[in-house]
Design a binder for this molecule. Sequence first.
Ligand SMILES: NC(=O)c1ccc[n+]([C@@H]2O[C@H](COP(=O)([O-])OP(=O)(O)OC[C@H]3O[C@@H](n4cnc5c(N)ncnc54)[C@H](O)[C@@H]3O)[C@@H](O)[C@H]2O)c1
Length: 282
Amino acid sequence: MNIQKVGVVGCGLMGSGIAEVCARNGYDVVVLDLTDGILKQGLGRIEKSLSKAVSKGKLSEEARGKTLSRISVTTKPTDLADRDLVIEAVLEDLEEKKKVFAELDQILGPNSIITTNSSSLCVIEMASATERGDKVLGTHFFYPAPIMPLIELVRTILTSDETMSTAQEFAASIGKETIVAKDRPGYVCARLIIPFLLDAVRACEEGLASKEDIDTALEMGMNHPMGPLTVVDFFGLDTLLLIADGLFEEFKDPRFAAPTLLRRMVAAGHFGRKTGEGFYQY
Ligand SMILES: NC(=O)c1ccc[n+]([C@@H]2O[C@H](COP(=O)([O-])OP(=O)(O)OC[C@H]3O[C@@H](n4cnc5c(N)ncnc54)[C@H](O)[C@@H]3O)[C@@H](O)[C@H]2O)c1
């Protein structure tokens, strides 16, 4: 299938980045979110990111303008009706995602593909909310989506070969590498990285070292580009907690048990960079 028109559901941290990378590569993009205020914030993030690319010499002023002209935003799901591909990027909550998938299934044409940007949830559960299981897969982008080169494709037992090839071609057309993971909780990336991030929070909770020293240890001792607590702030403590709880429920493995400190910080609204406060202040 030839993808030309892309829809993105959710204009948060990931949805805005996914919309940006698609538009930068020539796709016409419509982004759906719940309120005009959220969409305005998301567009602001896209503009800031494009300006940064221009100032670094990675994008021309002209390309910046063209990219913005390819993105439109809406609060009406029916505005996605003519999309060939819709990428869902709402919060990491299975019931919410299933609702979105069921609604998209009613609105979209029969050949359109629906994908999820979930970091950990079973894609088949979302596919089962539709009548087009063969046209559903996971396309897990990484933060920040315009920069990170990988998309983790998640194939369910229903995803067709044709849908997989279309997804692979689409990923290549927006300059991304792909890996293919089975539809198991956490796929490859979250399965391996979440216990590590939770361990960093646990280390901080037990006072093993200061938060700065925990980050410096991994940056300077292990050559990580960012310390784990800084990564958690970028990622969003709320999202980390949702993913950890989902993985724990599935595997019942203490490696995925969320530390109390994480739960308390989320209860306090300290979600990291997006709220201005997490392990660090922004
Ligand atoms: N944060 C990361 O680093 C990261 C990385 C990879 C994947 N993910 C995954 O991407 C998804 C989104 O994460 P995020 O960090 O962008 O979250 P976010 O909270 O920043 O954004 C979610 C957006 O979805 C919107 N939304 C919620 N319900 C909606 C609905 N029914 N219709 C339209 N919009 C709706 C919210 O208003 C919000 O703007 C999650 O599944 C997450 O696991 C996140």
